[in-house]
Design a protein around this ligand. Structure first.
Ligand code: PLP
Length: 423
């Protein structure tokens, strides 16, 4: 007998490529049919078959407060009554821009867009427009959305499918993307020597979270700040995952580094489709209508999306203790996983982000991440799912912990991890 989710998946495959609107959702690398979600509340998601799961995907990051937070939902409902979209400036856009600058002072000006992909694409255009240079440096295994020039040695979904580059990207588009090794200063120096004065920007996930979670080595981000400054290139922090998650001011607050440009997504939209890019005033003044760098959007700054973002940021502001609580819960879970598996795994954790890599190597970059036994991860994933715990359906994605995860949720998760480890 097929489950309801299996039936829906079969039907969806007739109309949607692979049955899904984003590849990793198809569960391709974990050897199962995906669960179709009906609703979510707090730390729980519920599938179409009426099963309940403790959720560590949290919609891939936006859900820092847990699913369907009442205050946010109420505000969104009220905003809907006033109209869904106007295509004209609103008070709410000012309010969220002020909130962003207050949290991340490096973002003196910012622009709202509709996804992290769009934010990164636009930030890179601004960096090129400002510097008059064409090349950018990215790191192997870092993911910055699916715009053409960035699907070069990208992480997570792309690794999971073992596609190094996407089809459909003309060689010329990728030509200006130079790739360095994460946590490897030498590989960056080599590119800056070879392309002196031609690199517009380095873009980096300050904590890599798309090859699984890989924190930066001590001094690595400082080094990136120095080398860009010396060469006249810009430093772009892609904080789509880390923004408002590692700290109220994101990774730049956590590590005390001031990037020139920052990209945001996920939490800043409070669960709605939002991305943001921003940074130094003189750079952002290059963006139209002030400057020559064109960028626009019919639904950008959408009032419903702004409402969800504003309410989420305000709730985080009202409860600054959330961050220490998140860190405590996540560190506890990470330590329990280390104890359960011993040296069969490498558990990386920082703030409310963590990954359990099935390898005995220290995971510090994409190459070491790739030493993970993805079949073991798939077996782990299936066991957890069958026991009511929803993890990311890929070794190379992060586990996200939310404020709604209770001590009881964490204890239950640890029990199931132990059962799996000691089978
Ligand atoms: N940048 C990072 C670091 C991401 O993790 C993601 C998505 O996961 C993106 C950019 C792209 O964001 P979106 O999926 O909203 O386009």
């Amino acid at each position: 007998m097929q489950t309801e989710s299996e039936q829906l998946f079969e039907e969806s495959k007739k109309y949607i490529p692979g049955g899904v609107n984003s590849p990793v959702r198809a569960f391709g690398s974990v050897g199962r049919s995906p669960i179709f979600i009906k609703k979510a509340k707090g730390s729980r998601i519920f599938d179409e078959d009426g099963r309940e799961y403790i959720d560590y995907v949290c919609s891939w990051g936006p859900g820092i407060l847990g699913h369907a937070k009442e205050t946010v939902i109420e505000a969104v409902k009220a905003a809907c009554d006033d109209g869904l979209t106007f295509g004209a400036p609103t008070r709410k856009e000012l309010e969220i821009a002020e909130l962003i600058t207050a949290h991340m002072p490096s973002m003196e000006m910012s622009r709202m867009v509709n996804s992290g992909t769009e934010a990164v694409m636009s930030a890179i255009r601004a960096a090129r427009g400002f510097t008059g240079r064409d090349y950018i440096v990215k790191f192997k295994g870092c993911y910055h959305g699916h715009s053409d020039g960035l699907l070069v040695k990208a992480g997570s979904g792309v690794i999971t499918q073992t596609v190094a580059n996407s089809a459909g990207v003309p060689e010329g588009y990728a030509k200006y993307t130079l790739v360095a090794e994460y946590n490897d200063e030498e590989s960056v120096k080599q590119l800056f020597n070879a392309y002196k004065g031609q690199i517009a920007a380095i873009i980096v996930e300050p904590v890599a979270a798309n090859m699984g979670v890989v924190p930066p080595k001590a001094g690595f981000l400082e080094f990136l700040r120095d080398i860009t400054q010396t060469d006249g290139a810009l430093l772009i922090f892609d904080e789509v995952i880390t923004g408002f998650r590692l700290a109220p001011g994101g990774a730049q607050e956590y590590f005390h580094i001031k990037p020139d440009l920052t990209t945001l997504g996920k939490i800043v939209g409070g669960g709605m489709p939002v991305g943001t890019y921003g940074g130094r005033r003189e750079i952002m003044q290059c963006v139209a209508p002030l400057g020559e760098v064109y960028q626009a959007g019919t639904l950008s700054g959408n009032p419903i999306a702004m409402t969800a973002g504003i309410e989420t940021l305000k709730l985080l502001d009202a409860h600054p203790e959330v961050y220490a609580k998140l860190e405590g819960k996540t560190a506890g879970l990470a330590q329990a996983a280390r104890e359960a598996f011993g040296d069969r795994v490498c558990v990386n954790q920082i703030g409310s982000l963590m990954s359990i890599f099935f390898t005995d190597k220290q995971v510090v970059d994409m190459d070491t991440a790739m030493t993970s036994d993805t079949k073991q991860y798939a077996a782990f994933f299936r066991y957890m799912l069958d026991h009511g715990i929803n993890l990311a359906p890929s070794q190379f994605e992060a586990m996200f912990i939310s404020d709604a995860h209770t001590e009881e949720d964490i204890r239950k998760t640890i029990d199931v991890i132990k059962e799996f480890a000691h089978r």
